[in-house]
Ligand binder design. Structure first.
Ligand code: MN
Length: 501
């Protein structure tokens, strides 16, 4: 799991000298109290750092340059306590390269009816000071998140926490490296895309390797390392006697352990945050990596099957965003349907690679044949998913832009045990309902691979898409198919007109 603690968000307060030194002293005092309140709330995953009140164009540009250069600063929150003329912000905002949230708040929650006078009004005037700030950002066509309400309001904290999590994932993606073992599954379209454009837009680099490069590292794994990992497996998972040490099929588990250690060593040595495999290119590998992928995902690595680097990078971002939250996050595929008119459902799974962070109940380590790939029987973890509200997120290359599509779903228990299904799985009902959700997904060109999370909401992904400047579409309880189809048409026109080349 990624530790978000080294990251920080800077808090910028705008004002001007018009009101005199005493007013500016009070502005600073209030702003510091707000920062202390945000930090004390326990809701924001990183520290918020107070910066001295800004009153000149030079100071604003300077702090924006410093934010750009500060490696741990994931973004800035701005608030105009008084009235900060926005021509002063043009140079700074034009310079700022970090995500921006506009907290439209006020120090006092209530109007002090009996005591209010003109001095109070002139000090507490974010109601119009923040509009001046909003105008210049809209005039400059800047992407930002606007959060409205009192700074102690639980909902405001939730909006800011979601943005902060997205900003951490955005920071994590900049300069990140993804290892791709083998190429794409042959002839599949949706898992393809423009890797140069992805690096420009999303910040991460995709490094391709022949599977032989990985096999060489897997071969170096020692018996002692495997012995140690087998002890971890036996302690953590339900295992049949013939898979345990001394059992008839124990060799399959040892081979899986060897692959896990080899992939981890490869990823650590290269500083990779995500990876892909493909069952079509396993030369020299005894099994398709299943258990290894599952356990590496649980450690925070992004993953995509069949060479799907976009989903792998997206899953890494989702893992960073969900750090420290309950629930769980996994690579996922819409596998098969329950089309009974009394309750239509999606069964999600993959050939092997579902992350055990979403597991509920016992997790069993099993070895079964795999119908494709022509390799030895692979080890995998088998379990049911936790239930509750979740999201499925997919990233597609639409030719002139990346599209991030998110569907909110309700994860439910299976209707009955699935004794013959040898893979981990989740069962859900998509919102607003099965038919409209899936029609919308398919009209949008949504992928069959997704990042699935019981920890996040579509808000996190929306904030992330805005930071990247990519298209964002959501399918949830408010979706109406007619409107959604229009949104797709209008977005096509909008991106033709507004997208830089
Ligand atoms: Mn797949």
């Amino acid at each position: 799991m990624t530790n978000l603690n080294p990251y920080e968000v800077w808090f910028l307060t705008g004002s001007q000298h018009l009101y005199g030194a005493e007013a500016l002293r009070q502005v600073a005092e209030h702003s510091e109290a707000i920062v202390a309140g945000l930090n004390g709330s326990g809701k924001i995953p990183t520290p918020i750092v107070f910066k001295p009140v800004l009153t000149t164009s030079e100071a604003i540009q300077q702090v924006c340059l410093e934010a750009n250069a500060a490696p741990n600063c994931v973004g800035v929150v701005a608030w105009m306590h008084t009235f900060s003329p926005s021509k002063n912000w043009i140079a700074g905002l034009a310079t700022l390269q970090k995500p921006l949230a506009h907290l439209h708040t006020q120090y006092n929650q209530d109007i002090p009816w009996a005591a209010i006078d003109m001095d109070f009004m002139n000090l507490n005037q974010a109601a119009h000071g923040d509009r001046e700030f909003g105008f210049i950002m809209s005039r400059m066509r800047l992407k930002r998140k606007v959060i409205v309400g009192h700074w102690q309001d639980a909902e405001v904290l939730e909006r800011l926490a979601a943005w902060t999590r997205a900003a951490c994932a955005w920071r994590d993606a900049q300069g990140a490296k993804l290892a791709r073992f083998g190429d794409n599954m042959r002839s599949v379209a949706v898992t393809e895309g423009d890797k140069v454009e992805a690096q420009l837009r999303l910040g991460y680099a995709v490094h391709g390797y022949g599977v032989g490069d990985l096999v060489a590292v897997v071969k170096q794994v020692s018996d002692a390392e495997i012995d140690a990992l087998i002890k971890v497996y036996e302690a953590q998972y339900v295992m049949a006697a013939d898979l345990r040490v001394g059992g008839e099929r124990h060799h399959s588990v040892r081979e899986a352990a060897r692959i896990e250690i080899g992939i981890r060593n490869f990823l650590q040595a290269g500083g990779f945050k995500a990876f892909t495999t493909t069952f079509e290119d396993l030369h020299g590998m005894a099994q398709l990596p299943g258990l290894a992928v599952q356990r590496l995902m649980a450690e925070g690595y992004g993953f995509g099957g069949e060479g799907d680097w976009k989903t792998s990078a997206l899953l890494r971002a989702i893992k960073v965003m969900s750090s420290g939250l309950s629930g769980g996050t996994s690579f996922m595929e819409d596998y098969t349907y329950h089309l009974n008119p009394n309750g239509m459902k999606v069964l999600g799974a993959h050939m092997l690679e579902i992350c055990p962070t979403i597991a509920e109940g016992p997790v069993s380590l099993e070895v079964h044949p795999l119908g494709i790939g022509g390799k030895a029987d692979p080890a995998r973890l088998v379990f049911n998913s936790q239930t509750g509200t979740a999201i499925n997120a997919a990233l597609m290359d639409m030719g002139n832009r990346f599209r991030l599509l998110v569907n909110t779903v309700d994860v439910i228990p299976p209707d009955a045990p699935l004794p013959k299904l040898p893979v981990a799985r989740a069962l859900w009902i998509p919102r607003p309902n099965f038919k409209d959700a899936l029609a919308a997904w398919i009209y949008a060109g949504g992928a069959h691979h997704t990042g699935f999370s019981l920890s996040l909401t579509s808000e996190h992904l929306n904030d992330f898409a805005d930071m990247a400047g990519i298209e964002f579409l959501k399918i949830d309880e408010d979706t109406r198919l007619y409107d959604f189809k229009n949104e797709l048409r209008w977005n096509d026109a909008s991106y033709l007109l507004t997208q830089r080349l």
